[in-house]
Write a protein that binds this ligand. Structure first.
Ligand SMILES: O=C(O)CCC(=O)C(=O)O
Ligand SMILES: [Fe+2]
Length: 339
């Protein structure tokens, strides 16, 4: 169990938001019906993609593209990332979050990338009961970011490299399926360490209610995300208009399509809304890698007629920020639909 001093003042902040509302109530979540049918997130064995057998490669690639269209989410096993590296990542992450809150929030660790709760939340349904380090890949090898956490650096460097390799492999499959060459895509879009980032998440146990968001419903503003979660559970995604819980699988990484691939594929691949629910008794950890383009990359659809106007990643990010400020939440891709 974590020392009290490590956890940010989530309870105080959350309670204040609840009491500042016109009609206060602790439980925040509407629209949280879980599909208790037997929908299970597809599990794709990537061994086929990495081997020499052409038929196995084609079969694996078609599973990836089908899951990206039907679910926008899938799990991968035999993904080539060393399980020992994943284990070390988690160990280092746990140590990092044990740092007293006062230090995490003020000492500039990891390029000042520490965030907690939802500073702009005015209602319980846009409050996230979590803390995170949101680390740009450019800073990952920078020794001066690490303070006393010297052993974290090598693990983060290795983890980021492994994620980048896997993300590129998956992106290549998705691009080729659109009839495009990776080379042509990479001429327009630069996804490298200048723009990608890692987010280390901690969701402290939440004694107030199990109906509070660890992470509010959202889509990811990237091409794709690769997530490793622990065994606690809590991640849910929308499938056929219902929330489906993702059962933790210790051998799997979770992949989801982000907004930019949805736009690029003219809605063939789906950027699906997902959220995390808190656990009343147990804290939860996850690490997410985000494959993002450079800010000046032009996001356009691969075929005409295009559902979306062309936009740069900088314009997309600016719109997301503006909406968060003005309406309190991200509106996302629909802002760029052609009228
Ligand atoms: O922690 C999780 O399971 C999900 C995190 C997530 O959706 C994100 O970081 O964008
Ligand atoms: Fe996400």
């Amino acid at each position: 169990m974590y020392a009290f001093e490590s956890t940010p003042p989530l309870a105080q902040h959350y309670t204040k938001i609840v009491h500042d509302q016109a009609h206060p109530k602790i439980s925040c979540v509407q629209n949280s019906r879980i599909d208790d049918g037997c929908q299970e997130l597809p599990i794709i064995d990537l061994a086929g993609l990495m081997g020499d057998d052409e038929d196995a490669r084609v079969k694996c690639a078609s599973q990836i593209t089908a899951a990206s269209s039907e679910w926008g989410f899938f799990q991968v096993v035999n993904h080539g990332v060393n399980p020992e590296l994943i284990k070390q990542m988690r160990k280092e992450q746990i140590e990092l979050f044990k740092t007293p809150f006062s230090r995490k929030s003020s000492c500039g660790l990891l390029n000042n990338s520490y965030r907690w709760g939802s500073p702009s939340a005015t209602t319980p349904d846009n409050f996230s009961w979590s803390e995170a380090f949101h680390i740009p890949l450019t800073k990952i090898s920078d020794q001066s970011c690490y303070g006393e956490f010297t052993s974290l650096r090598a693990v983060l460097v290795g983890y980021a490299a492994a994620m980048q390799k896997l993300a590129k492999l998956l992106a290549e499959v998705l691009i080729k399926n659109l009839g495009q060459k990776l080379q042509d895509f990479e001429e327009t879009i630069k996804c490298d360490e200048t723009t990608c980032f890692l987010r280390l998440n901690r969701y402290p146990a939440c004694p107030l209610s199990a109906e509070i968001f660890g992470f509010v419903p959202h889509t990811d503003s990237d091409f794709l995300t690769i997530l490793h979660q622990d065994q606690v559970g809590g991640l849910q995604l929308i499938k056929d208009s219902k929330w489906v819980a993702v059962k933790p699988n210790k051998d799997a990484l979770i992949v989801n399509i982000g907004d930019l691939f949805q736009a690029w594929s003219n809605n063939l691949y789906k950027s699906v809304e997902h959220k995390v629910m808190v656990n009343p008794n147990i804290e939860r950890f996850s690490v997410a890698y985000f494959l993002c383009p450079s800010y000046d990359s032009l996001i356009k659809t691969y075929k005409q007629p295009s559902l979306y106007t062309n936009f740069t990643f900088a314009e997309y990010r600016a719109k997301v920020r503006e909406d968060a400020r003005l309406v309190g939440r991200k509106i996302g891709l629909s802002r760029f639909l052609r009228s």
